[in-house]
Every structure is written in structure tokens, then in C-alpha cells.
Design a protein around this ligand. Structure first.
Ligand code: ZN
Length: 176
């Protein structure tokens, strides 16, 4: 088990775009394992590689703790939204923005292509909490946090909390 530190709001890596994975090898599968270990340890329902300081297009989700119906643990490598439908609002949180929740509107369902841990391409339709979690984690691959999707007015209500988190999350500096 390799539980990794989860970067929090204000860390520059969270604003950067992740690179696509060139080939699914042992190093990529090790990142998947670390993502699951870190997500479960933090009691999250999804985690993206940039949140553990790996700028690669790898995400994991497991919404079963909050929504057992139709959900499962899943790793997606190089995920790409092919189409989407509908619209829903849900109060989201994020392991990188601790203690902060806000309603975010997203498509209700998405069709996504991705590579599995075996390197094979899959195309799958997600709905409900799976669609919600996959889209939230895919945003991380673009350097987007859920608070970036809020209107300026609604984000301003969170400004104080976000400043507090950012003050605590400066990148590690070399210790002399
Ligand atoms: Zn998140």
C-alpha cells in the first residue's frame, strides 16, 4: 500500500494539464494502485493523478459508499468524453478542497472512451454518481477544480475558506 499526499487548493500542480499516457505499463498501474490507496484512506469517492502530483491522465472512482446502486470501483486511463446528455445538479466536494461543498451543474450522463489497466480501449456509458464522479475527476486532468465551475458570486462566498486552504498548501520546499 502506498498512500500518497493529496495536494490541496493553491498548489500549482492542480492548475496544470495532465499528459496522456503513452502506454499502460507497470509504472501506470502503480499510479492506479496509489490512487486507490490514497482515495480510500482519505474516504473519497474519486481521485485524479494530478492530485498526487502525477501529471498523467489517470483517474479512479468508487462512489459505492454514497451510492451503491449502479456504481463500482473503476480506473480510467486517458479518458475522453465522446458524448453527453441531460443535466443535473449535485453538491460536490473534493479531497483537494477540504471542507468545502457547492452545487455544480453537469451533464447527467456521459459516454467515455478510456484505457483499462490492461491497456485495452473501452467505451462505456455512465449515469448518476458514476457520471458525476468521472466528470469531476476528468476536470482535474484539465487543471480545473469544481470551485472553478461556480459563478463568480457563488465562489466569492467560499473565498475565505479557499484562502485558508491555499495558505496551508504551499509546494514542498527543500529543507536545509
Ligand atoms: Zn476533486
Amino acid at each position: 500500500m502506498a498512500q500518497r499526499k493529496i495536494l490541496t487548493y493553491g498548489h500549482p500542480t492542480l492548475k496544470r494539464k495532465a499528459a496522456r499516457v503513452a502506454g499502460v505499463d507497470e509504472s501506470v498501474r502503480a499510479i492506479v494502485k496509489d490512487l486507490f490507496d490514497s482515495m480510500y484512506a482519505a474516504r473519497g469517492i474519486g481521485l485524479a493523478a494530478p492530485q498526487i502530483d502525477e501529471l498523467l491522465a489517470v483517474i479512479v472512482v468508487d462512489p459505492t459508499p454514497i451510492s451503491p446502486e449502479g456504481t463500482r470501483a473503476l480506473a480510467l486511463i486517458n479518458p475522453l468524453v465522446l458524448s453527453y446528455a441531460g443535466s443535473s445538479v449535485f453538491e460536490e466536494g473534493c479531497l483537494s478542497v477540504p471542507g468545502t461543498f457547492a452545487e455544480v451543474r453537469r451533464p447527467e450522463s456521459v459516454r467515455v472512451s478510456y484505457l483499462g489497466c490492461d491497456g485495452d480501449e473501452r467505451i462505456e456509458d455512465f449515469a448518476g454518481m458514476m457520471a458525476r464522479a468521472v466528470q469531476h475527476e476528468m476536470d482535474h486532468l484539465q487543471g480545473v477544480l469544481f470551485v472553478d465551475r461556480l459563478s463568480r458570486m457563488r465562489r466569492s462566498l467560499l473565498t475565505k475558506r479557499l484562502r485558508e486552504i491555499a495558505a496551508d498548501s504551499q509546494p514542498d520546499r527543500p529543507v536545509l
